[in-house]
Design a protein around this ligand. Structure first.
Ligand code: FE
Ligand code: FE
Length: 199
Protein backbone atom coordinates (compact mmCIF):
# COMPACT_ATOMS: atom_id res chain seq x y z
CA UNK A 1 0.00 0.00 0.00
CA UNK A 2 1.18 3.46 -0.81
CA UNK A 3 0.05 5.10 2.37
CA UNK A 4 -1.71 4.24 5.59
CA UNK A 5 -1.76 0.96 7.50
CA UNK A 6 -3.90 -2.12 7.94
CA UNK A 7 -5.46 -0.76 11.12
CA UNK A 8 -9.03 0.49 10.90
CA UNK A 9 -8.59 4.21 10.70
CA UNK A 10 -12.09 4.85 9.41
CA UNK A 11 -13.89 5.12 12.75
CA UNK A 12 -11.63 7.27 14.87
CA UNK A 13 -12.65 9.89 17.39
CA UNK A 14 -11.17 13.35 16.86
CA UNK A 15 -8.78 12.69 19.74
CA UNK A 16 -7.59 9.49 18.05
CA UNK A 17 -7.41 11.03 14.58
CA UNK A 18 -5.43 14.14 15.59
CA UNK A 19 -2.06 12.52 16.47
CA UNK A 20 -2.29 10.20 13.46
CA UNK A 21 -3.07 13.11 11.13
CA UNK A 22 -0.20 15.10 12.62
CA UNK A 23 2.17 12.16 12.09
CA UNK A 24 1.71 12.58 8.32
CA UNK A 25 3.23 16.07 8.47
CA UNK A 26 6.68 17.55 8.46
CA UNK A 27 7.04 18.85 11.99
CA UNK A 28 7.17 22.48 10.80
CA UNK A 29 3.63 22.11 9.47
CA UNK A 30 2.06 20.88 12.71
CA UNK A 31 1.24 24.36 14.10
CA UNK A 32 -0.39 25.30 10.79
CA UNK A 33 -2.70 22.27 10.82
CA UNK A 34 -3.63 22.72 14.49
CA UNK A 35 -4.23 26.42 13.82
CA UNK A 36 -6.40 25.50 10.84
CA UNK A 37 -8.44 23.18 13.08
CA UNK A 38 -8.99 26.00 15.59
CA UNK A 39 -9.97 28.47 12.86
CA UNK A 40 -12.27 25.87 11.27
CA UNK A 41 -14.06 25.43 14.60
CA UNK A 42 -14.64 29.20 14.90
CA UNK A 43 -15.86 29.56 11.32
CA UNK A 44 -18.10 26.49 11.56
CA UNK A 45 -19.66 27.81 14.77
CA UNK A 46 -20.05 31.29 13.29
CA UNK A 47 -21.79 30.00 10.17
CA UNK A 48 -23.67 26.99 11.55
CA UNK A 49 -21.64 24.30 9.79
CA UNK A 50 -20.86 20.83 11.14
CA UNK A 51 -18.00 21.50 13.58
CA UNK A 52 -16.82 17.89 13.67
CA UNK A 53 -16.61 17.67 9.87
CA UNK A 54 -14.76 21.00 9.75
CA UNK A 55 -12.25 19.67 12.30
CA UNK A 56 -11.68 16.39 10.42
CA UNK A 57 -11.21 18.26 7.15
CA UNK A 58 -8.75 20.65 8.80
CA UNK A 59 -6.73 17.86 10.43
CA UNK A 60 -6.38 15.98 7.13
CA UNK A 61 -6.26 18.84 4.62
CA UNK A 62 -2.45 18.81 4.19
CA UNK A 63 -1.90 15.10 4.89
CA UNK A 64 0.03 14.56 1.63
CA UNK A 65 1.79 17.91 1.57
CA UNK A 66 5.17 16.41 2.45
CA UNK A 67 5.23 14.12 -0.58
CA UNK A 68 7.45 14.87 -3.56
CA UNK A 69 6.21 15.23 -7.11
CA UNK A 70 6.83 11.60 -8.11
CA UNK A 71 4.91 10.36 -5.08
CA UNK A 72 2.06 12.80 -5.75
CA UNK A 73 1.83 11.60 -9.33
CA UNK A 74 1.88 7.96 -8.20
CA UNK A 75 -1.06 8.65 -5.88
CA UNK A 76 -2.91 10.42 -8.69
CA UNK A 77 -2.46 7.33 -10.89
CA UNK A 78 -3.46 5.00 -8.05
CA UNK A 79 -6.65 6.94 -7.29
CA UNK A 80 -7.50 7.80 -10.88
CA UNK A 81 -7.17 11.54 -10.27
CA UNK A 82 -7.13 13.36 -13.57
CA UNK A 83 -4.80 16.32 -13.86
CA UNK A 84 -4.79 19.30 -16.18
CA UNK A 85 -1.63 20.72 -17.74
CA UNK A 86 -1.04 23.20 -14.90
CA UNK A 87 -1.52 20.57 -12.19
CA UNK A 88 0.95 18.17 -13.80
CA UNK A 89 3.70 20.69 -13.02
CA UNK A 90 2.41 22.43 -9.90
CA UNK A 91 3.27 20.38 -6.83
CA UNK A 92 1.32 22.82 -4.64
CA UNK A 93 -1.94 22.01 -6.39
CA UNK A 94 -1.62 18.23 -6.19
CA UNK A 95 -1.64 17.81 -2.42
CA UNK A 96 -5.26 18.95 -2.19
CA UNK A 97 -6.42 16.22 -4.56
CA UNK A 98 -4.20 13.46 -3.22
CA UNK A 99 -4.96 14.53 0.36
CA UNK A 100 -8.69 14.21 -0.30
CA UNK A 101 -8.16 10.74 -1.80
CA UNK A 102 -6.14 9.57 1.24
CA UNK A 103 -8.68 11.10 3.62
CA UNK A 104 -11.44 9.05 1.97
CA UNK A 105 -9.53 5.82 1.36
CA UNK A 106 -7.59 5.60 4.62
CA UNK A 107 -9.75 7.60 7.03
CA UNK A 108 -13.16 7.00 5.47
CA UNK A 109 -14.25 10.64 5.31
CA UNK A 110 -17.59 11.42 3.66
CA UNK A 111 -18.12 13.39 0.44
CA UNK A 112 -18.55 16.72 2.24
CA UNK A 113 -15.17 16.42 3.93
CA UNK A 114 -13.62 14.95 0.79
CA UNK A 115 -14.57 17.93 -1.37
CA UNK A 116 -13.59 20.43 1.35
CA UNK A 117 -10.07 18.99 1.22
CA UNK A 118 -10.12 18.55 -2.57
CA UNK A 119 -10.84 22.24 -3.23
CA UNK A 120 -8.92 23.82 -0.34
CA UNK A 121 -6.10 25.23 -2.47
CA UNK A 122 -7.89 26.50 -5.58
CA UNK A 123 -11.54 26.91 -4.64
CA UNK A 124 -14.09 26.41 -7.44
CA UNK A 125 -17.42 27.80 -8.63
CA UNK A 126 -20.38 26.97 -6.40
CA UNK A 127 -18.52 26.03 -3.23
CA UNK A 128 -20.33 24.37 -0.32
CA UNK A 129 -20.28 25.96 3.13
CA UNK A 130 -17.74 23.44 4.39
CA UNK A 131 -15.52 24.04 1.34
CA UNK A 132 -15.57 27.78 2.00
CA UNK A 133 -14.76 27.25 5.66
CA UNK A 134 -11.86 24.94 4.84
CA UNK A 135 -10.47 27.32 2.20
CA UNK A 136 -10.61 30.27 4.59
CA UNK A 137 -9.51 28.46 7.77
CA UNK A 138 -6.36 27.41 5.90
CA UNK A 139 -5.86 31.00 4.75
CA UNK A 140 -6.40 32.94 8.00
CA UNK A 141 -5.41 30.49 10.76
CA UNK A 142 -3.60 32.09 13.72
CA UNK A 143 -0.08 31.22 12.53
CA UNK A 144 -0.47 33.12 9.25
CA UNK A 145 1.10 36.53 8.78
CA UNK A 146 0.87 38.55 5.58
CA UNK A 147 -0.19 42.04 4.50
CA UNK A 148 -3.95 42.41 4.51
CA UNK A 149 -4.55 39.48 6.88
CA UNK A 150 -6.44 41.53 9.49
CA UNK A 151 -8.78 42.88 6.85
CA UNK A 152 -9.32 39.39 5.45
CA UNK A 153 -10.05 37.99 8.92
CA UNK A 154 -12.63 40.70 9.55
CA UNK A 155 -14.26 40.02 6.19
CA UNK A 156 -14.41 36.28 6.95
CA UNK A 157 -16.33 36.82 10.18
CA UNK A 158 -18.51 39.52 8.62
CA UNK A 159 -19.73 37.32 5.80
CA UNK A 160 -18.43 33.98 4.54
CA UNK A 161 -18.86 35.00 0.90
CA UNK A 162 -17.25 38.43 1.42
CA UNK A 163 -14.28 36.73 3.06
CA UNK A 164 -14.07 34.16 0.30
CA UNK A 165 -14.23 36.78 -2.45
CA UNK A 166 -11.49 38.82 -0.79
CA UNK A 167 -9.34 35.74 -0.17
CA UNK A 168 -9.67 34.53 -3.74
CA UNK A 169 -8.90 37.97 -5.20
CA UNK A 170 -5.85 38.31 -2.92
CA UNK A 171 -4.64 34.92 -4.16
CA UNK A 172 -5.12 35.94 -7.79
CA UNK A 173 -3.22 39.21 -7.19
CA UNK A 174 -0.39 37.44 -5.43
CA UNK A 175 -0.04 34.84 -8.17
CA UNK A 176 0.05 37.58 -10.80
CA UNK A 177 2.67 39.57 -8.85
CA UNK A 178 4.85 36.47 -8.61
CA UNK A 179 4.31 35.71 -12.28
CA UNK A 180 2.64 32.39 -11.44
CA UNK A 181 -0.27 31.03 -13.47
CA UNK A 182 -3.65 31.20 -11.73
CA UNK A 183 -5.68 27.98 -11.76
CA UNK A 184 -8.89 28.27 -13.77
CA UNK A 185 -10.91 26.93 -10.81
CA UNK A 186 -9.79 29.93 -8.73
CA UNK A 187 -10.91 32.37 -11.42
CA UNK A 188 -14.18 30.45 -11.76
CA UNK A 189 -14.73 30.69 -8.00
CA UNK A 190 -14.12 34.44 -8.03
CA UNK A 191 -16.35 35.10 -11.04
CA UNK A 192 -19.09 32.95 -9.54
CA UNK A 193 -19.09 35.00 -6.32
CA UNK A 194 -18.95 38.34 -8.15
CA UNK A 195 -21.83 37.26 -10.35
CA UNK A 196 -23.93 36.26 -7.36
CA UNK A 197 -23.14 39.51 -5.54
CA UNK A 198 -24.08 41.63 -8.54
CA UNK A 199 -27.19 39.62 -9.38
FE1 FE B 1 -2.80 22.90 1.63
FE1 FE C 1 -2.83 24.16 4.71
Amino acid sequence: RLYGTDADLKHLTLEQLRPIALSYLKHQRIPHVLGTEQEAIRLAERYGADVRKARVAALLHDCTKRLEMDEQLALCRHYGIELDELERHALKLLHAKTGAAIARDVFGVDDEIYTAIYWHTTGHAGMTKLEKIMYLADYIEPNRDFPGLDKLRRACYDSLDAGLELGLSMTVEEMKERGNPVHSATLDALNDLKGKREA
